[in-house]
Design a protein around this ligand. Sequence first.
Ligand code: BG6
Length: 506
Amino acid sequence: MTQAPAAPQENPLLVGLRKRRQAEPCAITIFGASGDLTQRKLIPALYSLAFRNLLPENFGIVGVARTEMSDEAWRGKMQEAVKEHGRDEFRQDVWDDLAEGMRYVATDFADDGGEEHVVRCLNALDEDRGTAGNRVYYLAVPPAAIETIIVAMGKRRSAEGWTRLIVEKPFGHDLESAQHLNTIIREYFDEAEIFRIDHYLGKETVQNMLVLRFANGIFEPIWNRQFIDHVQITVAEQLGIEGRADFYEKAGAVRDIVQNHMLQLAALTAMEPPIDFTADSVRNEKVKVLKAIHTPGPKHVVRGQYGPGYIEGEEVPGYREEERVAPDSLTETYVAAKLFVDNWRWADTPFYVRTGKRLPRRETTIAIQFKRAPHPPFELDTEEGLRPNVLLIHVQPDEGVSLAVGAKVPGQGMTIRTVHMDFLYGGAFRTGLPEAYERLILDCLLGDATLFTRADEVEEQWAIVDAMVAPWKRDRPSFPNYAAGTWGPAAADELLHRDGRSWRRH
Ligand code: BG6
């Protein structure tokens, strides 16, 4: 008798992966539902997840804000937002499915019992949509409102299911306030339930830094002070403050970008290999780097503020002329700093970082500049031939990685010119990159906190920033000190020239 052929076996790794990526039934509550972030990022991200069938079948979204609005009206607004800001084509059937589970609650958390309406709505969703008491609370609200909501919702934790909390930045405004916030949160939630968001960690290219370093054998041996001359991290924006004066006047570039995105990029560049890709292993290594960054002295920090100027030929106002900005504002819109990571791998290797609004173009890059070849055996007739190798990680735009190497110019003689070995995401994968928020929201639904910031990381980041800004209280900068559309104040160039270096050419 012949045996019946065995059923084809599925690759166990794929089965495992699929299992891991299947989120459980749950409801996500967005506090700050009428805000900009919800419309520009959160709802379009949820739509894109629905578009790819990545959301659980039993799913609901509750929008919470103070403005009175019906479910229908909110859904209508969100549909427009998806059409305007979504990265995928708009498909009515996908939207209708998602919208069926969308509810809106108008309430004010400043009022006693303001949370009651939210709790009732969530309980009803459990009944209607089978969301099983599992809750994600997304706090997309101004810092002043965070504490009230955490306490109110923390006291009303659902008896069944799990609860997770996503907290948007800024997480506090200095070390003390961040510690206070962490203490309050921990009264009601475990660290494993807290997802402090830094959307840079959701960017594909930022995660690729880990893959580049730790999935390739060739980089790690040279990823240290012996081979690397210095690192330059740039977060340049063309945009101004986009009407966000109320927030930006209090934050400035150092709290808005350096405290979070910039220090995370530095930590990922400098960290030791984690033993695995789990939340604690990765974050343990990052926090070690943050602890090792020593306080830059005032000579190593440059701040700037843009005056009027031109962006791509268009005249733009200076920061002090922006709506609701004080005419004598001392808020910085540009920061450059020289940081050192005091450990065995990086001692004496500067990490130059810079970020600014109204710079000539949008660019986020990490440039690893290697030491020069010790002795070129060629007669070099141009300075060009002497340029050191640079590994350039393009976080955005033109996402990819490029390695600058010297190459011989065809023809007689030995002329050397720098050329680039390029990997471009668009060319290699021929697929659009997901938005950072898609990845991060899904990770939270799956309970994976690897790409979120832990309490100790946030606090270390604030400790660095507090030390950077402490001397600023003593002196008055003469602002504005760079024109919109230029690469920042002259002092930022001097910061590197003093070391015989210069910012990467633009
Ligand atoms: C936000 C800042 O965190 O990041 C904004 O608050 C900034 O000021 C933005 O414009 C930049 O993000 P991205 O993804 O456009 O680089």
